[in-house]
Write a new protein. Sequence first.
Length: 163
Amino acid sequence: MAHDIYRKIIELVLEAAQIARTVGIQNILQPGLVKEMIIADHLGHQLITTKRDADACSFEKQTILYEYLSCKEGDTGQFDRMFKEPPDKREESLNRIRRNTKVFFAVFYANEQTKVKVIYEIEPEIMVEETERQLDVSRNAISHVGFTELWVKRKGCIVYEDK
């Protein structure tokens, strides 16, 4: 029984991968990509699928960039591999946030992690301030910088909420 279900799931993933390639997405299983697709769909953004770039942009003006963070209910969204030092690497890390017009933080339901509960919009400079604060107190040269929903709720505003 489970074997048949697994086979069906694999067939659907292979079909999704084939469809994704028609729009230039070569690796549908790239970490975070499906959730980024879901967020972009909710916000009406154009997805950017390259690994080192922003997550999305405006359909009207591709120079308007957006970054997405996500988590499930009760968890933390994070920027991975942020450099505390040396100074040039730190600036490069912070520019991953600064390059964006807005940062969006999506919370997915814990029991249905393909369904968005709420999306917050946060100004990049507010994210940079908190990122710098966390990097300053970190004991590591490279850190993951985390943001809770409570922090984002205080610093951002809701732009989508599941009813």
